[in-house]
Ligand binder design. Structure first.
Ligand code: ACO
Length: 325
């Protein structure tokens, strides 16, 4: 069991999620690029993904997910004293999508900022919010992961466009005398910035370089499996815990092969692993909170259970969070 550590802790009081209405199946993608349902399912486990409507923004999706999380937490927007939003696809270069969300919700005055750690964004944001709460700097945080990832995909590149989808997930994290989050680990290795990137930059009103996702799939795969199992072992060791003490493993939903390879390395039976990748694709920063929300709302995850969240993404960045729900 987790070691006794000094409180205060931060605890998840509510979860929320949102997926856009439009679904793009593998059969639909077969009409866009030269690929097949068989290839996509065999290599990634993905069968479909949701795609944001033309006028739907990251902030729109974040708002839906946030309102659901607030409702479950029985908390009013004005009770929120911190907003952290993880995204790779903000509505604007600035201000942050967190500030745009704040205006919509009306929790004016609370600090609000975005976190950019690509697919690890939610784990980074949750860890940051946990530290604010532990130090007494915040009492109730709204933590969101939201992406319109489809907008930074080259729909002529079959190597990447089949992998991603859009959506948002959110949690309300609040101060508590009992755990809550009891261990977090974050890492980055900027030497790997080129294996997954959108390399362009805005200069004088134009995008210089590419505005599309470029990926070395093989390198990403190897990096992910090695570093995810390592970081999970780290958080477990920090707390003298064994994998069999975890009730639910909620990994980043990049690819079914990465999830099963990591679970196997860690000896997690697949019955304890929450997977949504077949229905959502990789929703980047939204993937972990979306999966969490789904398993909470369908009754798999119960109060008092121990959860292990992990993610890895561009940067490269990766991390894990161990918590009692
Ligand atoms: N449909 C059909 N064929 C395809 C497709 C496609 N969508 N994409 C690539 N191919 C072809 C390639 O062109 C190549 O053909 P060739 O042999 O004639 O050159 C062949 O399939 C094999 O390509 P590989 O890249 O070797 O295929 P691999 O088995 O490595 O699978 C994949 C590719 C699925 C991208 C894999 O490398 C992977 O899962 N990588 C991890 C990527 C990932 O999850 N990224 C998400 C973002 S990062 C993150 O969230 C952690």
């Amino acid at each position: 069991m987790y070691q006794d550590k000094e409180g205060p802790y931060s605890k998840i009081a509510g979860t929320g999620g949102y997926l856009p209405e439009k679904i793009l199946t593998n059969a639909d993608i077969e009409k866009i690029v030269e690929t097949s349902d068989e290839w996509i399912v065999e290599r990634t486990g993905i069968k479909q993904r949701h795609i944001a409507g033309e006028n739907e923004s990251t902030c729109d999706m974040a708002e839906h997910a946030a309102r659901q999380a607030l409702e479950m937490a029985q908390c009013k927007p004005e009770d929120i004293d911190l907003i952290i939003l993880a995204t790779t696809t903000p509505d604007r270069i600035y201000p942050s999508t967190a500030c745009l969300l704040q205006e919509r919700l009306g929790c004016i005055g609370a600090p609000a900022f975005d976190v950019q750690a690509v697919c690890s964004g939610f784990v980074y944001a949750l860890t940051t919010a946990d530290k604010f709460i532990k130090t007494g700097a915040a009492k109730r945080a709204l933590v969101v992961g939201a992406e319109t990832y489809s907008r930074i995909l080259d729909w002529e590149d079959r190597g990447t466009c089949v992998l991603f989808g859009d959506g948002a997930g959110a949690v309300v994290l609040e101060a508590s005398d009992e755990p809550g989050i009891f261990a977090t680990q974050l890492h980055a290795d900027g030497r790997y910035n080129d294996i997954l990137t959108v390399g362009g930059q805005v200069n004088q009103g134009e995008i210089i370089g590419s505005g599309f996702t470029a990926m070395n799939g093989g390198e990403v795969f190897k990096f992910a499996v090695t570093h995810l199992s390592k970081v999970v072992k780290e958080v477990l060791a920090d707390n003298n815990m064994q994998a069999d003490e975890i009730d639910w493993f909620i990994p980043h939903q990049a690819n079914m092969r990465i999830i099963t390879a990591t679970a196997k390395k860690l000896h997690f039976p697949m019955e304890k692993v929450v997977t949504t990748v077949s229905e959502h694709g990789n929703t980047s920063a939204a993937s972990v909170p979306l999966a969490l929300n789904i398993a909470v709302r369908d009754g798999r995850i119960q109060r008092g259970q121990t959860l292990l969240l992990e993610a890895i993404g561009g940067g490269f960045t990766w991390g894990a969070v161990l918590l009692k729900f």
